[in-house]
Design a protein around this ligand. Structure first.
Ligand SMILES: Nc1ncnc2c1ncn2[C@@H]1O[C@H](COP(=O)(O)OP(=O)(O)OP(=O)(O)O)[C@@H](O)[C@H]1O
Ligand SMILES: [Mg+2]
Length: 269
């Protein structure tokens, strides 16, 4: 059964179409990896799905309703929560208070006491690995911990669909593995995930389906291994990174050659 239906979505900013004719469905309980080069429209699509932007064309439907018709502050009651690529916690509140706010105002918030909201916040901080810093002001957190807080805040809304925009950026390899384990756990509890991430290994390991955007258009969709093997995708996405990597290698090679040139040659052994 599909949880979300994205139909012919276009989003224009002045003269620029950040999204054009994007359509796909998100199955309930699935993990959709959304990838594409910088500026391809991933965050814009997250903003359309979470109701922050009304699309210029097309629509997103969730549980039979057009997201654009739901007031933004009600989208989370509706079951959709998201994290932000640029993290914005309430700096003066403690880590736990930040999460408790979500627990009070999310889908089940109306039925939760303040005390129960703080208990729920503490549980979530344990899940994301922030229990030790629960009483510290959010402004004290390191960048990776801010990402964890962002996930805990979104989870506090008890979403059915969770949109994650680059929550693994800046994490080391071990932390990425922990984050993936956390997301798998969240998904096993029945939460549908849409994950934007540049780390290809992470995307492949967690996604059931991958959708690729390039210049605002959907250029591929399917099983991870299939999609990443597509020449079209390699050219549009991996191609640009490959080209960048090749350029870096050329620079390194040139520097090495120059350094060698400046050193006296060793006699051949
Ligand atoms: N509010 C806005 N006003 C004007 N242009 C915007 C706005 N938001 C995004 N854009 C433009 O839309 C295009 C898509 O941007 P978007 O942030 O969605 O890309 P992205 O795929 O998330 O990129 P990244 O990987 O760098 O996060 C870009 O050209 C961007 O400059
Ligand atoms: Mg983005």
């Amino acid at each position: 059964m599909s949880a979300l239906r994205i139909a012919d979505v276009g989003m224009r900013f002045g003269g620029l179409w950040a999204l054009r004719e994007v359509s796909f469905e998100v199955e309930r309980g699935s993990v959709v990896g959304l990838i594409g080069p910088n500026g391809s429209g991933k965050t814009t699509l997250m903003n359309v799905i979470s109701g922050v932007y009304k699309p210029t064309t097309g629509e997103v439907r969730y549980a039979g309703r057009r997201i654009a018709d739901v007031p933004t502050h009600e989208v989370c009651h509706f079951g959709i929560a998201r994290t932000f690529q640029v993290v914005k916690p309430f700096e003066s509140l403690t880590v736990r208070e930040n999460v408790a706010v979500g627990a009070m105002y999310g889908r089940d918030g109306g039925t939760r006491s303040t005390r129960a909201s703080f208990e729920r916040a503490q549980e979530l901080l344990e899940i994301v690995g922030l229990a030790q810093v629960a009483q510290r002001p959010a402004s004290d957190l390191t960048a990776p911990n801010r990402k964890r807080l962002e996930v805990a805040k979104a989870l506090a809304l008890d979403p059915e669909v969770l949109l994650l925009d680059e929550v693994m950026a800046g994490l080391n390899a071990t932390e990425v593995d922990e984050a993936l384990e956390l997301l798998r756990d969240v998904n096993r509890r029945g939460v549908t995930l849409i994950v934007v991430e540049h780390l290809m290994k992470a995307i492949v390991s967690i996604s059931t389906t991958i959708v690729v955007l390039a210049e605002g258009r959907k250029i591929a969709q399917g099983a991870p291994t299939e999609v990443l093997a597509s020449p079209h995708v390699i050219e549009a996405y991996l191609g640009s990174r490959w080209a960048k990597r090749q350029e870096q290698l050329r620079v390194i090679e040139a520097e090495r050659a120059e350094a060698e040139h400046m050193q006296p040659h060793e006699p051949n052994a």
